[in-house]
Design a protein around this ligand. Structure first.
Ligand code: ADE
Length: 274
């Protein structure tokens, strides 16, 4: 059974380096530019981890200008086998409430300004044309471990859900929010795409812990999403995401991932037409 390494992409306020022991900062660059910040190498109960603050440690990068390609490339180069992302999100459905966790299993892409592939003929590091399958964007086995851990911790959560990623930086209108409900999306954020698709292009096992902070804009009987509301709910619940990571990462490391890693790398390799 090979050793695994877990990349943690910390969303706003969920990028606390103190969750890692034996921390060491490493500044890296990639053929696609610089990642959002330094990589923080360390361990969680003996499991090798690499933490990256998606929006930078000083939270200076808004979702449209995050260099997702550099982030994913840097984590792959550092030897990660898995990525666990954390993100805040708005609820689009009656049964998903602020403070709850959704272990999303699918997405709808409503982004418009992002670099969606490594294979865009700009770098020799990724040559050819890539059409990566997206029938299973999130690693089901990692999600299953996360689900059992969130359950054991006693946090209210949903085993699956569809995330709609909007371009932002503005929040959605009422009409957009209602439309997303009709499309049967469960939650909305600004960062899952293209993070998850780029991870797939390089064969990483990706899962996301999405923390609901608001009801977006569709509910007439609740305050519509605004920064103050989202941040307040998030602050009340941020420790949940950290506790899930601390509990789940050693459990993930107990399993044998050799076949999953091999399969995902083969999917990535076979998706490129040279
Ligand atoms: N992040 C947190 N809440 C959100 C919402 N309602 N829309 C987009 N991104 C979000």
């Amino acid at each position: 059974m090979g050793k695994i390494k877990i990349g943690i992409i910390g969303g706003s306020g969920m990028d606390n380096p103190l969750i890692l022991e034996d921390r060491k900062e490493k500044k890296v660059t990639t053929p696609f530019g610089d990642p959002s910040d330094v990589l923080i190498l360390g361990t969680i109960k003996g499991v090798d981890c690499v933490l990256l603050a998606r929006h930078g440690r000083s939270h200076n990068l808004f979702p449209s200008i995050v260099n997702y390609r550099a982030n994913i490339w840097a984590l792959k180069e550092e030897g990660c086998s898995h990525l666990i992302a954390t993100t805040m999100c708005g609820s689009l459905q009656e049964n998903k409430h602020p403070g709850e966790i959704v272990l999303i299993d699918d997405f709808i892409d409503r982004t418009t300004k992002r670099k969606l592939t490594f294979f865009d003929c700009t770098s020799d590091a990724a040559s050819g044309v890539c059409h990566v399958p997206m029938n299973e964007p999130f690693c089901p086995k990692t999600r299953a471990v996360l689900a059992s851990c969130v359950k054991a911790l006693g946090y209210p959560f949903h085993e699956k859900g569809t995330m709609i990623t909007i371009e932002g930086p503005r929040f959605s209108t009422r009409a957009e929010s209602r439309l997303f409900r009709q499309w049967r999306a469960d939650v909305v954020n600004m960062s899952t795409v293209p993070e998850v698709t780029l991870a797939k292009e390089v064969g990483l096992l990706y899962a996301s812990v999405a923390l609901v902070t608001d009801y977006d804009s569709w509910r007439e009987d609740r305050e519509a999403v605004n920064v103050e509301l989202a941040v307040k709910t998030f602050k009340e619940n941020a420790d949940k995401a950290c506790k899930v990571l601390l509990y789940a990462i050693p459990k993930i490391a107990e399993q044998d991932w050799d076949e999953d890693i091999q399969q995902n790398e083969e999917i990535a390799r076979s998706s490129v037409l040279k």
